[in-house]
Design a protein around this ligand. Structure first.
Ligand code: SAM
Length: 209
């Protein structure tokens, strides 16, 4: 039984690949969704978001795919920034010429994340929260990147279906309870938005001592 009760406790601590963290970076089958329909899990998150106070908010979309998320929400959002590690997704996004939509070829696990993004967000949308994870260090690094980019009270939205999918390692299948375990390591509060869509909210660090 893992010490913290979560399956990813048994993952390698550090993969050692500091320059290109994550898996499937060279696998179009998993990362190229510019020409594919939106996934079920992404659509579920969009439905959940649509029921929230999202208008006028800043949104970071991790894994832009076919950019239909931006086509649906950008007109009434303050801005949408998107990330992808697939050049054809960048090309499609830019060809749409949506004024407040900016897509970066940027790895969510990377140090460059901190050097590239200058906006702060009310929502981070990531339907494949751990699907492309290589190691525990970079999963935590990704979460730290997100928290750094989030406004106080901002929320990461994810979905169980995407959390059930992993490219390589079955141990990266996460449950709602695994997300709850993050509350012991990060200043976050986890809650259910719908039966399958979950929220990880950023809370202010408590000052002790
Ligand atoms: C399966 S597609 C999902 C696309 C879209 N979110 C959907 O559900 O329809 C995975 C997306 O995650 C992106 N991705 C994979 N690994 C990534 C990483 N390390 N950093 C940023 N984006 C990544 C891919 O480029 C691709 O846009």
């Amino acid at each position: 039984m893992p010490a913290d009760g979560s399956p990813y406790e048994s993952c390698p601590e550090v993969c050692g690949n500091l320059e290109r963290p994550g898996v499937a970076l060279d696998m179009p089958k998993w990362i190229e969704h510019s020409h594919l329909d939106t996934t079920v899990d992404q659509l579920r998150i969009e439905e959940a978001l649509a029921a929230m106070a999202w208008r006028g908010k800043s949104i970071l979309h991790i894994g832009v795919g076919n950019s239909r998320f931006a086509q649906r929400f950008a007109a009434e959002a303050a801005l949408i920034d998107g990330l992808t590690v697939c050049q054809s997704e960048v090309d499609l996004a830019r060809s749409l010429r949506i004024p407040n939509y900016t897509v970066y070829f940027l790895n969510k696990y990377s140090r460059e994340f901190l050097l590239t993004l200058t906006n702060r967000y009310d929502f981070v949308i990531d339907n494949n929260l751990a699907s492309f994870a290589c190691c525990k260090y970079h999963f935590y690094r990704m979460l730290d990147n997100y928290l750094w980019a989030m406004k106080p009270g901002a929320r990461i939205l994810t979905d169980q279906r995407g959390m059930d999918f992993t490219v390589e390692e079955q141990r990266w299948i996460l449950s709602y309870e695994d997300l709850q375990a993050l509350e012991r390591k990060f200043p976050v509060r986890v809650s259910r938005v719908t039966a399958t869509v979950y929220s990880i909210a950023a809370i202010a660090n408590e000052v002790t001592g």
